[in-house]
Design a protein around this ligand. Structure first.
Ligand code: ATP
Length: 443
């Protein structure tokens, strides 16, 4: 993880937030390549769950919601983690359930200083703020701790406008906020993060089947984007782990540097949410089948992924080091569709018309894909820079280019170099972008 954090900082993917003020604990900002990478992750998610299906529609609900939402959803009452505090020297706070995993036997003690711990108390993870100029109880609102509720409260609206009937889903990407007791592991657990969630509404009898289909669908998404399948697993929650709303949940876990950890949760939420919102809002949130006249409250399957966690997992999975001709190379072997930059155009030398020619090639390519033009430093140094940000292809404009309008096309992973006509370059790169891809780390 240290290597990833340092690469992220060195190349401006992700860095400490508010750094000039000494930083804000566990809060991060995304720089240029980080923004491009995370937006590619989100774009691939949209492509797979909306564009390539006809039973899911998109939504973008507000972060601030009516406070009754959180009463109905059970978050006000139950969205808590068990907090314990060290009674010894360090006074640090911990999540009791996490400590219990690490210290399964006997009494718990502080992992920092070995001190005794307080009794656990339930700590609510919702951030609260106030709306308008008066800060009283009536103006209290919450920053949403999940995007899901924005979908449930819009169920009726969307069903009408989208002219859909179950089974159908609503997908949303957006920020969520949780006042985590122990954030950490870089962007794995932060207090502000982005979620990519689908609520998929089905006739009650079909819920178990759709749960299975979505688990398979979502696992395939990660592997289709090059994630190594031996670093992914599905783990079923035990009865004691299930959230208040769920009858069955399985997590997709990734083998992060700190061990197997949740990447995405896929829950069968039953009719809990729609029933609760119907009760609290006094709106009917059921579905009447126009064919049969059947009336029912749809059950919900929820694949809920983290955009930041996913981005981190794709980085960890792509990170590689190798020695080439006695020199160490750090390379991010991203799936080309995830790579922040697809192609770098480099003049071999900074004279003889090569920079001008390279700029022409670059200006043409950037209309078709994310491209970079770089003249700074030796060609080896420029390639190392591109390897570190995971650029799959490099184009070198050299002496021969000036004579026959061909360039060298270099492949990041195989290091193959081939000669190609400038006129064919764009089409060839688009063909490669669309082609199936397997991680070379799989051997
Ligand atoms: P955890 O057990 O890790 O706290 P959770 O089970 O509470 O996670 P969910 O409520 O299922 O998480 O949220 C769905 C997804 O949102 C998670 O799989 C994860 O990818 C992402 N997520 C949740 N909490 C955070 C966080 N604090 N920081 C970054 N991503 C998060």
């Amino acid at each position: 993880m240290e290597k990833i954090v340092s690469l992220c900082k060195r190349r401006g993917f992700v860095f400490q937030s508010s750094e000039i003020y000494g930083g804000l604990a566990s809060t991060y900002d995304y720089g240029h390549y980080g923004v491009l990478l995370k937006s590619n992750v989100k774009a691939e998610w949209w492509r797979s769950v909306v564009q390539e299906r006809d039973d899911v529609v998109a939504l973008d609900a507000a972060i601030l919601m009516h406070p009754r939402t959180w009463e109905a959803s059970g978050h006000l009452e139950g969205f808590t983690d068990p907090l314990v505090q060290c009674l010894g020297k360090c006074k640090r706070r911990w999540r009791e359930d996490h400590l219990r995993e690490a210290q399964p036997e006997g009494d718990l003690h502080c992992p920092e200083c070995g001190g005794d711990l307080s009794e656990p108390r339930n700590f609510n993870l919702m951030f609260e703020t106030h709306m308008g100029p008066v800060q009283d109880e009536g103006s209290q609102v919450f920053l949403r701790p999940e995007t899901a509720q924005g979908i449930f409260v819009n169920f009726k609206n969307v069903m009408q406008f989208a002219r859909k009937k179950p089974p159908f889903g609503i997908a949303q990407v957006g920020k969520a906020f949780r006042n985590e007791i122990t954030p950490g592991n870089f962007v794995f657990r932060t207090r502000e993060f982005e979620q990519m969630e689908i609520e998929f509404f089905v006739p009650p009898g079909e819920a178990p089947e759709w749960h299975g289909r979505w688990m398979e669908e979502r696992m395939n998404w990660y592997t289709s984007l090059g994630m190594r399948s031996d670093h992914l697993q599905l783990r079923k929650h035990g009865a004691d782990e299930l959230s208040h709303y769920s009858s069955a949940t399985s997590d997709i876990e990734y083998l992060f540097p700190m061990g197997w950890s949740e990447l995405e949760g896929i829950a069968n939420r039953g009719d809990f949410d729609l029933t609760q919102h119907a009760k609290f809002s006094r709106e009917k949130l059921d579905f009447v089948d126009p064919g049969t006249g059947d009336r029912y409250v749809p059950h919900v399957i929820e694949p809920s992924a983290g955009a930041d966690r996913g981005t981190l997992a794709f980085m960890v999975d792509a990170y590689d080091e190798e020695e080439i001709e006695g020199r160490e190379r750090v390379v991010l072997r991203f799936h080309p569709r995830l790579a922040p930059v697809k192609v770098a155009v480099l003049p071999l030398v900074n004279k003889d018309g090569q920079p001008e020619k390279a700029r022409e090639v670059y200006t043409d390519l950037r209309k078709r894909m994310s491209a970079e033009f770089d003249t700074g430093g030796s060609i080896g140094k420029r390639y190392r820079r591109q390897d570190e940000i995971g650029t799959p292809w490099g184009v070198t404009v050299d002496h021969q280019t000036m004579e026959d309008d061909t360039v060298t096309l270099r492949d990041r992973d195989s290091l193959d170099q081939s000669r190609i006509a400038i006129a064919e370059l764009g089409t060839e790169l688009e063909r490669r972008l669309a082609a199936p891809w397997t991680s070379p780390k799989l051997g």
